[in-house]
Design a protein around this ligand. Structure first.
Ligand SMILES: Cc1ncc(COP(=O)(O)O)c(C=O)c1O
Length: 418
């Protein structure tokens, strides 16, 4: 597709120039030139409304929640619980009691691993199915459980294009399989996994499914009931909210049977030295003073995203993906890692004879921020026989001009190494 054709599609129903004005950081200069921020898979920039919500909270509304009977405490509690309601509606959960606030995707998966291993759900010798494209946060928590229960990890292989081998997956399920835990969109390959099908297969064997939605949440509309996901984990900072806040969605039937993850204040009903009884969901899983400002900020981020028709965002991001892919592939010696049919706007690449760190460092001098390294997915690096890759990840505030700048930057790197 020609660039001007893409431009027409990209602009339909969506004005990227005006959207960029909502994000103050995008106006920043780096090394004397305007920033080109292409590391959105690592974290997204924040709209002014999210920043304002944090300032408002700390300037005027700060108090601890769930425990004071005075005005400010009730106000803070109300704002925090309203944020939970916004999350519930954002992902179409059945009830706010299924929304557990955590620090992020990593903590959400650790919570499920830790709590489920203490519940009767798992016994020694049981198995969890993950995939070859998991972020370390969906590998290591299961390995850490080894000192509690001897859980075997089964790994769904991936094809050269970066798609899950679903036949192999189906064959892996056996009576020992107690959970399938897979990534919705890969942060390295960009692959959008067929999670509905994965869930259908698991459920036909009576096995629950956890989805790591860290990368999916900013890109696609999530409906946990339509997916029939048993658990869904995501981080606020990837969806234009603050760091240090995230969500574990879980179906009540599972959350009810799972013991608390941590103990402390705010999660109990009665405590004696002999015995403690626990609060109802979701408080049972939220020990201690939470990230109140973070929760409120996440609510503001959801309000921000909700003002758009998500289809417009997807169209814009797809046009960036398509244009960037075709322009990058014109560069001699550049290979894209991850060429699945269903892809989000994440492009990992390597260039013959040039280390990704050199690419990242040199283009940074032109204000272009991309990620380099293993992207917390060392098993993917091993699968493709590489040690590192460069990664440009786009979101709806990125532009075709920024793609041009990226390509120009890479050509400059190539010239230096020629
Ligand atoms: C697919 C995926 N899963 C999990 C995580 C971990 O997220 P967090 O560090 O916010 O907990 C990330 C972060 O990059 C990710 O991309």
């Amino acid at each position: 597709m020609l660039r001007n054709e893409i431009e027409v599609i990209a602009k339909k129903g969506f004005d990227v120039k005006s959207v960029r004005n909502d994000f103050p950081l995008l106006k920043r200069m780096v090394n004397g030139v305007p920033l080109v921020y292409l590391d959105n898979a690592a974290t997204s920039q924040k709209p002014q409304t999210v920043i304002d919500s944090l300032i408002q909270y700390y300037t005027f509304d700060n108090a601890n929640i769930h425990r004071g009977l005075y005005f400010l405490s009730e106000l803070a509690t109300d704002q925090y619980e309203t944020a939970r309601l916004k999350v519930k509606e954002f992902i179409n959960a059945m009830s706010t009691s299924e929304i557990i606030f955590v620090r992020g995707t990593t903590e959400a998966i650790n919570l499920v691993a830790s709590s489920m291993c203490r519940a009767k759900h798992f016994k020694d010798g049981d198995e969890v199915i993950i995939s070859n494209m998991e972020h370390h946060s969906n590998i290591v928590p299961w390995q850490l459980m080894g000192d509690r229960k001897k859980i075997g990890l089964k790994v769904i292989p991936i094809t050269d294009e970066g798609e899950l081998d679903l036949d192999a997956y189906e064959k892996m399920i056996n009576p020992k399989t107690k959970l399938v835990s897979v990534v919705h969109i890969s942060n390295t390959l960009g692959t959008v996994n067929p999670v509905k099908k994965i869930i259908e297969i698991a459920h036909s064997h009576g096995v629950p499914v956890l989805l790591d939605g860290a990368q999916a949440i900013p890109h696609i509309k999530i409906d946990v009931q339509d997916l029939d996901a048993d658990f869904y984990a995501f981080s606020g900072h990837k969806v234009f909210g603050p760091t240090g806040i995230g969500v574990l969605y879980g179906k009540t039937e599972f959350l009810d049977m799972m013991p608390p993850y941590q103990g402390g204040g705010d999660m109990i009903r009665t405590v004696t030295f002999e015995k403690t009884t626990f609060d109802d969901l979701p408080r049972k899983f939220e020990a201690g003073t939470p990230n109140i400002a973070g929760g409120i900020g996440l609510g503001a981020a959801i309000d921000y995203v909700n003002q758009f028709d998500r289809k417009d965002l997807v169209i814009h991001e797809n046009s960036l993906l398509e244009y960037a892919t075709s322009e990058l592939l014109k560069i001699e010696g550049l290979k894209i890692i991850g060429t699945a049919k269903e892809k989000a706007s994440v492009i990992s690449f390597v260039i013959d004879g040039i280390h990704p760190y050199d690419i990242g460092t040199i283009i940074d001098t032109d204000g272009i921020a991309i990620r380099t390294g293993h992207h917390c997915t060392q098993p993917i690096m091993k699968r493709y026989n590489i040690t590192a890759a460069a990664r440009a990840s786009f979101t709806f505030y990125n532009t075709l001009e920024e793609v041009d700048l990226l390509v120009r930057g890479i050509l400059k790197v190539k010239k230096m190494f020629a």
